[in-house]
Design a protein around this ligand. Structure first.
Ligand code: GUN
Length: 285
């Protein structure tokens, strides 16, 4: 069994991005600039946005975080998005999700200019992705593809089961694995007998949000197991919580050929996916 280390691969790719930024600037390009909108004070969202800011600094991008109270109206937020759409200094924009209940996420996603939509959530980018055309790919599936490529995991002709059908991970992940010539099945909460699918899978990608859901008996010997789960569970560590994946690591590791840990697997690759998209934003100009 081999660990697929997102930490190691992310470090390598960030080094490459940093070098490319300097080279682009020497060719007359502007420094990539990512803007993030954070609404409210959700602990996980604040952590993610801070991490994205730190990543930008590490690779030589400019970054701006716009913070708004959870009481901001939908109309006010849409105006802020439009301001960034029209700001030529800013190349990429993400609005950290989830948003407060009174704000329609779909409306916000569709208001971000597709040219600056480095999350790849705009319907136009989703359409390009499904057609296999160049576009911003949602960061988590994009990062997972990079991780599989780094470790030279064979995908062509393989059975891939994606557990979870979210717009952010499950659906785009399935589209990208299809693009990598896998035979893809998406399982979800209404699937009858999920084990009968996962037991045939060469690659299992768990994005279901249920801690320790995937166990050894669900997978076949030699399967590649990718864990997208990051459920926060309170503990008495310094941080006050720990992250639990969707895969019961110790159980699944007894059968897997390759497996991602949590933390240190998919998480760092998601962050790299966003950086790669922001770099692409500048190259497209
Ligand atoms: N919330 C959870 N994942 C994401 C993501 O990839 N992008 C944004 N904007 N919000 C998220």
């Amino acid at each position: 069994m081999e660990i697929l280390s997102g930490i190691l691969v992310a470090k390598q790719i960030k080094k490459e991005i940093k070098a490319e930024v300097e080279s682009l600037i020497n060719q007359g390009f502007k420094r990539p600039h990512l803007a993030a909108i954070l609404v409210g004070a959700d602990g996980a969202s604040m952590t993610y946005v801070n991490a994205k800011e730190k990543d930008c600094e590490e690779v030589g991008f400019d970054s701006t975080v716009l913070r708004f109270a959870a009481t901001i109206t939908e109309e006010e937020l849409l105006i802020e998005v439009e301001k960034i759409n029209n700001n030529t200094e800013i190349d990429g924009l993400i609005v950290q999700l989830p948003l407060p209940k009174h704000i329609n996420e779909k409306k916000v996603t569709e208001t971000i200019s597709w040219k600056k939509d480095v999350d790849g959530f705009h319907p136009y980018n989703v359409g390009l992705m499904f057609k296999g055309l160049p576009c911003y790919l949602p960061a988590t599936p994009f990062g997972i593809i990079k991780l599989l490529e780094y470790y030279k995991i064979e995908t062509s002709g393989k059975n891939c089961v994606v557990i979870g059908r979210s717009d952010i991970v499950g659906k785009p992940m399935a589209a990208l694995m299809l693009g990598k010539n896998c035979t893809v099945t998406i399982c979800h909460s209404k699937t009858i007998d999920i084990n009968s699918f996962t037991q045939k899978a060469d690659i299992v990608i768990a994005a279901v949000g249920i801690p320790n859901y995937v166990k050894a008996e669900m997978i076949k010997e030699g399967a590649v197991v990718i864990d997208v789960g990051i459920t926060r569970v309170d503990d008495d560590s310094e941080k006050g919580y720990k992250l639990i994946g969707d895969v019961d690591f110790n159980s699944a590791a007894t059968k897997a050929s390759f497996i991602t840990p949590v933390p240190g697997g998919v998480g760092p690759m998601t962050r790299v996916g966003l950086l790669l998209n922001t770099l692409m934003a500048i190259k497209n100009k």
